[in-house]
Design a protein around this ligand. Structure first.
Ligand SMILES: C[S@@+](CC[C@H](N)C(=O)[O-])C[C@H]1O[C@@H](n2cnc3c(N)ncnc32)[C@H](O)[C@@H]1O
Length: 376
């Protein structure tokens, strides 16, 4: 695999303003083909691949059809690795290389070790030099003498200190379904992609940003949308919505002043302060006209860390009624909730909603569902 060209001079933090769809670019020596793998929240593999396809067209090809593993997406990518750092629905993305060796010890040989260092150099080239200080090698048997030696030699060659949660994450394992070889995965970023640089304030129950990215994607965002985030908490869905696509307006409502203050800090850090309105208000009765909103998202209280099941029995029907009042016909509401039976009961035979899909997703040891609803 040839070494990717240097990172182009793009602003590191700014979200893309252009549409996601891209024409196919012919592979050239400047756009080598890479083998990559993304960690995604289980249940969102297909949607995460749609994002890749929309951004990179036929320059990405899914490689694990038929043998897909939950939570993983394997693909080839013909392009500059730097552009993968802008993905919003992947938890983390790795550069992958297969080594046809029977045992990891062989990776210490000159040829393989040089190839490994070239992978690491390609990845470090994507971020500022100071972003990498430490290194972690993840492998079964990482306490064995061979793994310890490999880690020490990698540390010596890269100048990085071994650590439990290092900036440079290297995983070593057999290729899926092939115990005769080994493969090395190097994470493309010093932190998981879902750990957003805009998150300067967190709250218990804050939504995973990559799951929020998938939820706003499921609203089918358009640049002239009036977008509403009920129960906005720390602002995750608002930020992810505007990172994906412009909107005519984006407003968040929450009952809790401290949640709004937290959202304000995150939204400022994302550079979106002039594009989001944050409001103190009860999402069951908002001062907005009927049929005035194109898309609604909400991360509903699951009744564990946030809210209670008894409270949800009252809250959910009122929220659904208010969302139905505010949405234009054909508008989309995307909710995430762990109150699966309650939501299903409320939606069953509802004349207001058509259920487009219900997606079971893994988040923090739970399996909430993403409800994608269309206002009838
Ligand atoms: C699960 S949290 C949302 C977390 C948010 N998605 C985030 O990433 O930080 C639910 C939020 O709903 C708010 N909330 C609960 N009942 C509400 C109501 N009736 N109207 C407005 N906000 C409400 C709570 O204050 C809390 O911030």
């Amino acid at each position: 695999m040839s070494r990717p060209s240097r990172r182009p001079k793009l602003p590191a933090q700014k979200p893309p303003r252009r549409p996601l769809a891209r024409p196919k670019l012919p592979p050239t020596p400047e756009t080598p083909e890479h083998l990559c793998e993304a960690d995604v929240a289980e249940g969102l593999e297909r949607i995460a691949f749609s994002e890749l396809r929309r951004r990179f067209g036929e320059n990405v090809e899914r490689l694990d059809r038929g043998e897909a593993r939950p939570g993983a997406l394997r693909f080839s990518y013909a392009g500059n690795l730097y552009h993968l750092l802008g993905l919003r629905m992947a938890q983390a993305v790795y550069l992958v290389r297969r080594f046809d060796v029977p045992r990891p010890k062989a990776l210490l040989g000159h040829q393989h070790f040089t190839a490994l260092l070239a992978m690491i150099a390609a990845v470090r080239d994507l971020s500022p030099a100071e972003a990498y200080q430490t290194l972690t090698l993840n492998a079964a048997g990482s306490d064995s003498s061979v793994m310890r030696r490999l880690k020490d030699e990698l540390a010596a060659a890269t100048g990085l200190k071994p650590a439990d949660e290092g900036d440079l994450l290297i995983r070593l394992r057999h290729p899926p379904g092939d115990p005769s070889a080994w493969e090395v995965l190097v994470r493309l970023s010093p932190r998981p992609l879902a750990t957003r640089s805009w998150r300067v304030c967190s709250r218990e129950g804050a939504l995973n940003a990559a799951i929020a990215g998938a939820m706003v994607f499921l609203t089918q965002p358009k640049p002239d949308d009036v977008f509403l985030n009920l129960l906005c908490g720390s602002g995750t869905l608002l930020i992810e919505r505007l990172a994906l696509e412009n909107a005519a307006s984006a407003a968040g409502y929450d009952l809790d002043e401290t949640a709004l203050a937290c959202a304000r800090r995150n939204i400022e850090a994302a550079g979106l302060a002039d594009r989001v309105s944050l409001n103190l208000g009860d999402a069951r009765a908002l001062p907005l006209p009927d049929k005035s909103v194109d898309a609604i998202c909400a991360d509903l209280p699951f009744g564990h860390l946030v809210g209670s099941h008894e409270g949800n029995l009252e809250l959910y029907p009122e929220l659904l009624r208010e969302a139905a009042r505010l949405l234009k016909p054909g508008g989309r509401a995307v909710f995430i909730s762990h109150e699966v039976r309650l939501m299903e009961n409320l939606l069953a035979d509802s004349p207001r909603w058509k259920i487009e899909q219900i997606i079971k997703v893994a988040q923090g040891g739970l399996n909430p569902r993403i409800f994608v609803l269309v206002r009838v």
